[in-house]
Write a protein that binds this ligand. Structure first.
Ligand SMILES: *Cc1c(COP(=O)(O)O)cnc(C)c1O
Length: 405
């Protein structure tokens, strides 16, 4: 199997010296004899062999090549190689969703009796996965405040296998110190796993700060236009290329060729989009901060944000997600959301279209009241995923709601 994996999962080296935007447009492409300019989509479930001998060699791993699209498809492989190149990882495994990327990582790398320390400020469904499902198979998770290094260290046990976090966090934009947490993970012989969904590799490269594994929900900024659900795991050739890939190959939470193609097209504009999302969000966050109905704005681009300095060191920009709290709790928050003329009320984020949500009753609604309070999600909190419309129009749409409060 080693031959199989090294052929399919390791990044092509020919663009390594090129810049981010160049790799985002070109890495991983393998042109067929048809001479197509844009990457082809291969909607085929299986691949044909020249002979019975070749089939046996492929199945035995003695000869590299495609077998079956549960685990080898040229369009998916191009996406994997491109994303690995952007994150500067050796290997990437694409998955059916962000959640299945997290599932595949823990199924591939952990066993019953292992322990996980997770930031308490992770995507709501991730917590459900840890507490309701992985726990059934003997994987226990404890939660700590994202920015409290002492708490991370205190939570580590002899059987701790991984530290898991998102930075910036959803929706508060808290910033984790990746270098410090990676040092801590190494001291205790455990893995640092980072969900890089909010920044994408265009703004932050966790592997360069010592993280072992990067996880993506490609559904968000990698697609960038709200079309497909997908995910990915990036890291070294053994853990990702063999262990996580082995789980995917067996269990099959696979990305489809069509979705991989859509995400490839998304990656080509990722750099431009992340800069534009960040510019719009930065302007809106500063404006929101001055509104009398707004109690607090959570955006790391604001000098008043406790993670501002760290974000400046770790990220090339502050991203497109803003949380803010209005006076008047849930009632006021819902009123503002309902007043929007074009901003979409939808849970997706990372879209060209600005989206607005009420975390306490949607994305974080399945958490207990205590867990929600602990995570800092108040009833008056609103999350904006700032899109690429004209920023003055987005501002005017929010102003409509503020005027009613
Ligand atoms: C959306 C999201 C996920 C889950 O991804 P899906 O593609 O919806 O399965 C995981 N982590 C973060 C930070 C997310 O925003």
């Amino acid at each position: 199997m080693a031959g199989f994996s090294s052929y399919f999962r390791v990044v092509m080296t020919d663009l390594k010296d090129k810049g981010f935007a160049t790799r985002a447009v070109r890495a991983g492409q393998v042109r067929t004899p048809e001479g197509e300019h844009s990457e082809p989509i291969f909607p085929t479930s299986s691949f044909v062999f020249d002979s019975a001998e070749q089939a046996a060699a492929r199945f035995g791993g003695d000869e590299p090549g495609n077998i079956y699209s549960r685990f080898s498809n040229p369009t998916v492989r191009t996406f994997e190689q491109r994303l690995a190149s952007l994150e500067q990882g050796e290997s990437c495994v694409a998955t059916a969703s962000g959640m299945s990327a997290i599932l595949a990582t823990f199924m591939g790398l952990c066993a019953a009796g292992d322990h996980i320390v997770s930031s308490r400020s992770v995507f709501g469904t991730t917590r459900v996965l840890f507490d309701k499902y992985l726990s059934k198979f003997g994987l226990q998770t404890d939660y700590v405040p994202l920015t409290d290094l002492t708490a991370w260290e205190a939570a580590i046990k002899p059987n701790t296998k991984a530290l898991f976090l998102e930075t910036p966090s959803n929706p508060l934009n808290e910033i984790a110190d990746l270098a410090a947490l990676s040092t801590l993970a190494k001291q205790h012989d455990c893995l640092l796993i980072v969900d890089n969904c909010f920044c994408t590799p265009a703004l932050q490269l966790p592997l360069l700060f010592g993280a072992d594994i990067v996880i993506h929900s490609a559904t968000k900024y990698i697609d960038g236009q709200g079309r497909c659900v997908g995910g990915a795991v990036v890291g070294d050739a053994q853990r990702v290329g063999e262990d996580v890939f082995g789980f995917l190959r067996t269990a099959g939470p696979t990305m489809s060729a069509f979705n991989a193609w859509t995400f490839l097209k998304g990656l080509e504009t990722l750099d431009l989009r992340m800069k534009a999302h960040s510019a719009n969000a930065n302007q809106l966050a500063h404006w929101l901060q001055q509104q009398k109905q707004v109690i607090q704005v959570f955006y790391a681009g604001l000098e008043s944000h406790p993670g501002h300095q760290l974000a400046k060191q770790q990220q090339s920009d502050f991203g497109g997600i803003i949380a803010f709290e209005v006076e008047g709790g849930q009632k006021a928050a819902w009123k503002l959301i309902n007043a929007a003329q074009f901003i979409s009320i939808t849970a997706n984020l990372g879209d060209t279209k600005t989206t607005i949500t009420h975390p306490a009753t949607t994305t974080h609604g399945r958490l207990s009241v205590e867990a929600r309070a602990e995570s800092g999600i108040s009833d008056g909190m609103i999350r904006l995923s700032v899109g690429l419309e004209n920023v003055e129009d987005i501002q005017a749409d929010i102003q409509r709601g503020l005027d009613l409060l």
